[in-house]
Write a protein that binds this ligand. Structure first.
Ligand code: DAH
Length: 350
């Protein structure tokens, strides 16, 4: 009878260990441990044993009963813990024990965006030359963005096809709200809120309805500069921009002025920096050796009058510069769109 018991224990344990559902488990339990099960059967025949054998076989049967009950519970627990949905199975797969012998993965370290870093550097250089930072809103009035800057109502840059209007639009609508097309309106805000002398830069985002290509984007960064004092000349302007260019791009860098027109400066210039190729001509500068940075000039007396500065007493220069352009020469980037596509393969290089 002991043999029969031992065989039963082995068989039942193996069946329980293989059960894959609770129903399976319950069937196995009924088969071996149930009231009409095999163990009960053996117990019933205990009476036919001699009184000496009865206790040992009885206690063995009890031990087996307990062992099987335990195995049943353990397997039930296991079955309940099995992932059921596809998602749970997927998760279970993923959290396989870690193989600590595999080489480690480098954590990704975040950093400033290449444009933000460029902007910070530009601000730092002007800061060193005594300029403080002024700011204005991205949404400004047509008055600040155009009228106060001596830009007439019929000027092409005011066209609805060139400028993003937010509210109102019309040649005479000075209250119209728009996304500023340049940082020059910050000049107006600063001069209207403080007495001269003024020495500020204004970094900020600008918006234009340009067709996007390698050198144009609908939104871009500019840094505006404004210096107003008694004896300011265009030589000061050239001096400051030259010092800036050399500090930023190296002492070999030259700067060149080309005559231009802006409604808010007289005279006006566009200015270029030597390209990173050193002026020899390359893909970035399209063989010219120069990169156009933006415009500058002496503040037009009309602008001074508009903000309440006496043009007979005060002189000033102003400039704007395109931050993307500067970053492009600095890093040899040939397409402005790279800055805005958020492709890590590009961003991680800087
Ligand atoms: N606002 C001009 C532009 O976006 C650039 C500019 C030209 C700024 C002359 C100035 C300036 O301050 O004096 O094209």
């Amino acid at each position: 009878m002991l043999d029969r018991l031992n065989r039963l224990e082995k068989e039942a344990l193996s069946a329980l260990g293989k059960a894959s559902s609770q129903a399976d488990l319950d069937n196995i339990r009924a088969k071996y441990l149930g009231r009409k099960g095999e163990l009960a059967d053996i117990m019933k025949s205990l009476g036919s044993l001699s009184p000496e054998k009865r206790p040992s076989v009885g206690s063995e049967a009890n031990r087996i009963k307990q062992t099987l009950e335990k195995a049943y519970k353990k397997r039930l627990e296991y079955i309940k813990n099995q992932p059921k949905t596809a998602e749970q199975k997927e998760t279970r797969k993923r959290i396989k024990p870690t193989d600590i012998t595999l080489p480690g993965r480098k954590p990704f370290v975040g950093r400033r965006h290449v444009l933000r870093a460029m902007l910070d550097e530009i601000v730092e250089i002007f800061h060193g030359m005594g300029f403080s930072v002024a700011q204005g809103p991205d949404v400004d009035t047509a008055y600040n963005n155009f009228d106060a800057l001596n830009t007439p109502p019929n000027h092409p840059s005011r066209d609805i096809g060139d400028t993003f209007y937010i509210a109102g639009f019309g040649p005479d609508d000075t209250d119209a709200l728009l996304l500023r097309t340049h940082t020059s309106p910050v000049q107006i805000r600063v001069m209207k809120s403080q007495e001269p002398p003024v020495r500020i830069i204004a970094p900020g985002r600008c918006y234009r309805k340009d067709t996007i290509d390698a050198t144009h984007y609908i939104s871009f960064w500019q840094v505006e500069g404004l210096y107003v004092d008694h004896d300011v000349t265009i030589a000061d302007l050239k001096g400051v921009l030259t010092a800036f260019a050399k500090e930023l791009l190296g002492s070999e860098t030259e700067i060149r002025f080309r005559p231009h027109f802006f409604p808010f400066t007289e005279p006006s210039v566009e200015y270029d920096f030597t390209c990173i190729c050193g002026g020899k001509g390359c893909r970035i500068c399209k063989g010219t050796g120069w990169i156009e940075i933006s415009g500058a000039g002496m503040v037009d007396p009309e602008v001074f009058r508009e903000v309440g500065y006496d043009p007979d007493i005060w002189r000033g220069y102003a400039f704007g510069m395109g931050v993307e352009r500067i970053a492009m020469i600095r890093h040899g980037i040939d397409d402005i769109r790279h800055f805005y596509t958020n492709d890590l393969r590009f961003l991680e290089q800087f």
